[in-house]
Every structure is written in C-alpha cells, then in structure tokens.
Ligand binder design. Structure first.
Ligand SMILES: Nc1ncnc2c1ncn2[C@@H]1O[C@H](COP(=O)(O)OP(=O)(O)O)[C@@H](O)[C@H]1O
Ligand SMILES: [Mg+2]
Length: 314
C-alpha cells in the first residue's frame, strides 16, 4: 500500500485577479479596479485540488519561496486536503505570481514564474516517487530544468511501478521543444489540448499528429474545448462530445478539471470510454463556476452540478 494515490509535480503560483477595471492601463497613469481576488493559480494546483475533491489521496511536489504568496499556495492546497509534505520552500526565492487584468471574457496576464522555474529532476527523489501509485506532471514549458530532466524522472517513475500522465500546457516561449520519441514511451496518458498537440507534433491536423506520435505514445487524449475530446491508443480510437453548458461563467482550468476526471477513473482501472466521458463531464462542470476550482468545493457539489446542469448522475 502506497501513502498516496497520486503525486502531482508541477507549477505553483498565485493569481492576483483585478476585475471591473475602468479603463485600459497606460504607462505613466493610474486606473482603478473595483474588485480584487488573490487565489491559488497554476494548472497543476487546480488538477491536484480537484482530483483530491473527487476522492483521491494526493500529494504535491513543487517549488515556492518562504513568503506570503507561498503561504497562500500551501494553505489553499491543504484546504483541499492535498498534502504539501513534498513542497520545497526556498528562502532566497519568491513564489511565482500572475497578475490578471480581467476585462469581461478576455484578460491580459503578466507572470513572474519565480521559484517554480528552478524545479529540476534533482529535487525529485525515488523515495518521493515511491510514496504514490500514479505520477501526474504538468506545465513543463514553465519549468525548463524539469523539461530537461523529464525523461529521467518519468523513466524512474515507470521503473518504480508507477503509472504516469503528462499535460504539457502552453509554451510561452513558442519553441515547443519536446522530444516525443524520447519522452512519450514513459507516459501512459498524454493530455494536451488540440492546439498544443498540433504544435508539439508539428502537424496541421489531428490525423497527421496521431500518425507521427503513434510509434512512441501509449495513449493520447486531446482536449478540444466545446467540441469535446478525442482518445487514441494502440487498440482504440474514441471521440466524445462535450457536456454543453448554456450559462458558461468562464473556462479557466477546464482542461485541468478534465485531466482530474480522466485520471481519477483511469487509476481506478475503468475503461477508456468511461474515463473520457467523466473527463468531459468534469471539464463541463468546471465552466459553471468561477475559476478552476470554484465548482469543485466538495463531491456533493460536483454531483449536484452534474445533475442540475447536465442531467447526469454519477
Ligand atoms: N465551453 C465548454 N462547454 C463545455 N465543456 C467544455 C467547454 N470548454 C471546455 N470544456 C470541457 O473541458 C475540456 C478541456 O477544455 P479545453 O479548453 O479544451 O482545455 P484547456 O483548458 O487545456 O485548453 C474539453 O475537452 C471539454 O470536455
Ligand atoms: Mg490545458
């Protein structure tokens, strides 16, 4: 018996969200925002919080500073019963932060990556890997040292008997340097969205990308917003529609909630079709409340939203 079902390795930061801003910001002047929230940011943390609320025992490994924002990150994870015992605090670094200037449906963001940028394979011991059955890694392009060590970390996890999943997320540098032949053999479930999948595989279409990736990948699950999702593995190909929501609040974190839904079923050994359907449901549920974790306060709340918004019982 392992201590945790899922170990999450990835980005950690806070989001400072400014809302109801009177005007566009201009250099040399000052404007007022009429609303402000300081919340847990980062895809990996949304994934960890939500899969924990879905009922899994979860631990997080990431890097923060020993500062006020680091405390916000730690407290928020603990409030969702995610263990922070493997989080590395560095006194000489600052916790990452994203300032979000929110204008209705759209937003401008400025991110200071801070400590998370310095997480590397050396920070991830075999003992820590051995504490969990499943390893989920996210946002590798925000963590260049981890990206360099990714094959090593994943192959160690596999040799310790873990199952693995990877959500690459966006590459702000636009380089998309990701060696599919080296890394994907050690990834049981690869979870990009469609744009990321096309850029990583250097393809024009899903079919072309799948052809390129199939010699190396075990399972690829491609998220496609309101068009649902697609799954490919050696002996199966599936497409499932999204759970359409007529009252979308926002889509922040939908992909991370999708991942949480998929992996929660995957580690229970459910078939691919059930994993994909539940993932779409969790992505849809995510869009009914603010941010990535608003709809995932408790299992009762998730079940209630599933029935009320989508007529779905689970
Ligand atoms: N507008 C939407 N309506 C219903 N479901 C959605 C919507 N947007 C996203 N989803 C669900 O969430 C999943 C992930 O969303 P997507 O935007 O593709 O990922 P990411 O957030 O990584 O870009 C989709 O595959 C879908 O199941
Ligand atoms: Mg995503």
């Amino acid at each position: 018996m392992k201590k945790y079902n899922v170990l999450v390795i990835g980005d950690l930061n806070v989001d400072l969200i400014l809302n109801n801003i009177i005007d566009l910001p201009r250099i040399g002047s000052e404007i007022i925002a009429n609303n402000m929230q300081l919340v847990l940011g980062s895809s990996s943390a949304i994934f960890a919080s939500n899969i924990s609320v879905l009922g899994e025992e979860v631990a997080f490994l990431g890097k923060i500073g020993s500062d006020m924002f680091g405390k916000v990150v730690g407290d928020s994870l603990v409030s969702k019963k995610v263990s922070t015992e493997f989080i590395i605090k560095n006194k000489s670094l600052n916790t990452g932060a994203t300032v979000v200037l929110n204008y209705g449906e759209d937003r401008a963001m400025v991110t200071y990556p801070g400590a998370m940028e310095l997480l590397s394979g050396n920070d991830i011991s075999d003992d820590v890997l051995n504490s969990a059955n499943h390893l989920h890694i996210s946002s590798i392009f925000l963590q260049p040292l981890l990206l360099k060590d990714l094959k090593d970390v994943l192959s160690r996890a596999k040799s310790l008997g873990m199952t693995t999943s990877l959500d690459p997320q966006w590459d702000p540098s636009g380089k998309w340097e990701f060696d599919i032949a080296q890394i994907l053999p050690y990834v049981d479930v690869f979870l990009p969205n469609k744009k990321e999948f096309l850029l990583i595989t250097g393809s024009e279409s899903l079919g072309e990308g799948v052809k390129k990736i199939s010699p190396f990948a075990n399972m690829v699950v491609v998220k496609n917003g309101s068009n649902g999702s697609y799954l490919w593995c050696k002996n199966e190909e599936l497409t499932k529609p999204a759970f359409l929501n007529n009252n979308i609040v926002d889509c922040i974190g939908a992909g991370d909630s999708f991942d949480a839904g998929f992996i929660s079923k995957y580690i229970q050994g459910r078939d691919n079709s059930e994993c994909l359907e539940f993932a779409n449901l969790c992505g849809g549920i995510n869009t009914t409340k603010t941010g990535g974790t608003g709809a995932f306060e408790s299992l009762d709340m998730i079940k209630e939203i599933a029935v009320e918004s989508f007529g779905y019982n689970f």
